[in-house]
Design a protein around this ligand. Structure first.
Ligand code: BGP
Length: 478
C-alpha cells in the first residue's frame, strides 16, 4: 500500500532491544548479577510482590529463561546481519551496567564487558547502523541493592555517574545517541523493575519512590553534563513510557482526573526536559506530606542539563474515570491501570490497540516540550504459529505496525519533529512483563519456547519482508 507520508531524510528506522531480555550470558566474562536476573519466570513477573531481599535468590533453571535469553551475546553478528538485511538505520540496545561494573561500586571497569559492546557497536557501524544506547534499561547491579538499598541511596548517583562517564569515554567515537533511564516513569508503578527498590516493612513507599526518582533525575542531569563535556556532538535523551490517558466522559471531574494521571508520568520529563520540578509536583508533595531531600546545587544541575531529545515508548492508550461504576471495569493490561475503553480492541495480553492515540501522544509531547521526539518502542506482542514448512505469516503484526506508522506520518504532517522509529523487539526476545518467550514482537522468529526449549535458530517472518520495504521506501510503501 503506497502512502503519501513524508518521513524526514535520514529518518532513523530500526528496532529496539534491551540487554537483559536479549543477551543471556548472564554471568559470563565477569558480568555481575543484575536486578532482573533475580525475577522468576512462568508467572506475571511484574506482579511478583517483592517484600524481602532474601526472596530474590536466583534458582538456576527456574529463573529468567535459563539465563540464556536469545543468546545475543554470542550470536549478535548473525542478528546484526539480519537487521542490516532489513535495511536498519539504527538499533537501540542497552548496556548491562553489571557487565561494566559487576558490583556497581567497583574501582575499575570490567574490560571484557567493555570489549563486548565495542565489538557490537563496531559490527553495527560496519553495516551502517547507528547504535542508540540506553544506559540503564530496568537493571541495577544486585550488590547495589543489597549494600545501599538501590536508588533510595544518594550514593547511587555517583556510581551511575562513573558508569556513564566510563561508557561515554569508551564509545565516544562510536555512539551519538544515548538515553539515560528506560521508561523512567515506570519507577512509580514497578519500583523494583524501575529502580531496584525493595521495601522494608512499614516504610512510606511513596516517600522512598520519589526520593529515588530525585536521585535518578540528578543522575540523568549529571550524565547529560558529562556527555556534553566528553563529546559535544552527543545527543542525550530521556525515555518515557508514554500513552495518553483519555477521560471516560466530558465530565470535568474525569478531565481533571485524566490530567492528574498523565502528570504522574509527565513529572519526570518536565524535570528532564524543562529543568525544574513543576508546580503540580510541589503541591502533590505538600499534600502527601512528602519531603524530597536535595543537595545544594541540585536545582542548578536540573536547570542546566536538560535532555536533547525526548525518547518514548508507545504501545497503548489508557482511560480513566471518577465514576465508581465505570471504575469497576478497571484493567491492568499494560501495567498502568485503565478503565476499559469501549472504542478500542485489545491485544492477547489486554493492551489496547490505539494507533490514533499514538498521533495524539506524539502531538501532546511535542506541544509540551518542543524538542525532537524519538519513538524508541512500539509494537504488538503476539503468539506466532509456525506453519508446517516453517513459515510465519504474522499479518496481525504488519497491520498493527502499518497503522501506527501511518499515524506517525500524520503526526509529522502536524509538524511534530520525529527523528526516528525503533520498533520493539525486532527479533523475538524475552518479555519484560511476563518472562515468556511466547509473547513475540519480532520480524525474526527465534526458536525457543516458554520452557526454554528450542534450537535458538532465527527465521524471517512475513513482517521481515514488509518492514524491509517500509525502510527502503522511507515509509512510502506500507
Ligand atoms: C517496555 C519495556 C521493554 C519491553 C516492552 C514490552 O515497558 O521498556 O523492556 O519489554 O515494554 O513489554 P513486554 O515485554 O512485557 O511485552
Amino acid at each position: 500500500m503506497l502512502s503519501t507520508y513524508q518521513f524526514p531524510e535520514n529518518f532513523l528506522w530500526g528496532g529496539a532491544i534491551a540487554a537483559n531480555q536479549t543477551e543471556g550470558a548472564h554471568l559470563e566474562d565477569g558480568k555481575g548479577l543484575t536486578s532482573v536476573d533475580l525475577l522468576p519466570t512462568g508467572k506475571k513477573r511484574w506482579d511478583v510482590m517483592l517484600g524481602k531481599l532474601d526472596q530474590l535468590t536466583p534458582i538456576e533453571g527456574e529463573f529468567y529463561p535459563s539465563h540464556e535469553a536469545i543468546d545475543f551475546y554470542h550470536r549478535y553478528k548473525e542478528d546484526v546481519t539480519l537487521f542490516a538485511e532489513m535495511g536498519f538505520k539504527s538499533l537501540r540496545v542497552s548496556i548491562a551496567w553489571s557487565r561494566i561494573f559487576p558490583n556497581g561500586d567497583d574501582e575499575t571497569p570490567n574490560e571484557a564487558g567493555l570489549a563486548f559492546y565495542d565489538a557490537l557497536f563496531g559490527e553495527l557501524l560496519k553495516h551502517g547502523i547507528e547504535p542508540v544506547v540506553t544506559i540503564a534499561h530496568f537493571d541495577v547491579p544486585v550488590h547495589l541493592i543489597e549494600k545501599y538499598g538501590s536508588w533510595r541511596s544518594r550514593q547511587l548517583v555517583s556510581f551511575f555517574e562513573t558508569y556513564a562517564k566510563t561508557i561515554f569515554e569508551r564509545y565516544k567515537d562510536k555512539v551519538t545517541y544515548w538515553m539515560t533511564f528506560n521508561e523512567i516513569n515506570m519507577l512509580l508503578h514497578l519500583p523494583y523493575v524501575g529502580a531496584g527498590l525493595v521495601f522494608e516493612e512499614g516504610e512510606d513507599q511513596e516517600q522512598v519512590k520519589y526520593q529515588a526518582a530525585h536521585h535518578q533525575l540528578i543522575a540523568s542531569a549529571l550524565a547529560v553534563k558529562a556527555a556534553w563535556e566528553i563529546n559535544p556532538k552527543f545527543k542525550v535523551g530521556c525515555m518515557l513510557a508514554a500513552g495518553m490517558t483519555y477521560p471516560y466522559t466530558c465530565n470535568p471531574d474525569d478531565i481533571a482526573e485524566a490530567m492528574n494521571v498523565d502528570r504522574e508520568s509527565f513529572f519526570f520529563i518536565d524535570v528532564q526536559a524543562r529543568g525544574e520540578y513543576p508546580g503540580y509536583a510541589k503541591r502533590f508533595f505538600k499534600e502527601k506530606d512528602l519531603s524530597i531531600v536535595m543537595e545544594p546545587g541540585d536545582e542548578e544541575l536540573l536547570r542546566e542539563y536538560t535532555v536533547d531529545y525526548i525518547g518514548f515508548s508507545y504501545y497503548a492508550s489508557r482511560a480513566t474515570s471518577t465514576d465508581p461504576k465505570v471504575l469497576e471495569n478497571q484493567t491492568s493490561g499494560n501495567v498502568f491501570g485503565s478503565v476499559s475503553n469501549p472504542y478500542l480492541e485489545k491485544s492477547e495480553w489486554g493492551w489496547t490497540i490505539d494507533p490514533k492515540g499514538f498521533r495524539i501522544t506524539a502531538n501532546q509531547l511535542y506541544d509540551r516540550y518542543q524538542k525532537p521526539l524519538f519513538v524508541v518502542e512500539n509494537g504488538l506482542g503476539a503468539i506466532d504459529e509456525v506453519t508446517e514448512i516453517g513459515e510465519i505469516h504474522d499479518d496481525y503484526r504488519i497491520d498493527y505496525l502499518r497503522q501506527h506508522i501511518e499515524q506517525m506520518g500524520e503526526a509529522i504532517e502536524d509538524g511534530v519533529d520525529i527523528i526516528g522509529y525503533t520498533s520493539w523487539g525486532p527479533i523475538d526476545i524475552v518479555s519484560a512483563s511476563t518472562g515468556e518467550m511466547k509473547k513475540r514482537y519480532g520480524y525474526i522468529y527465534v526458536d525457543k519456547d516458554n520452557d526454554g526449549q528450542g534450537t535458538l535458530n532465527r527465521t524471517r517472518k512475513k513482517s521481515f519482508y514488509w518492514y524491509k520495504k517500509v525502510i527502503e521506501s522511507n515509509g512510502q510503501d506500507l
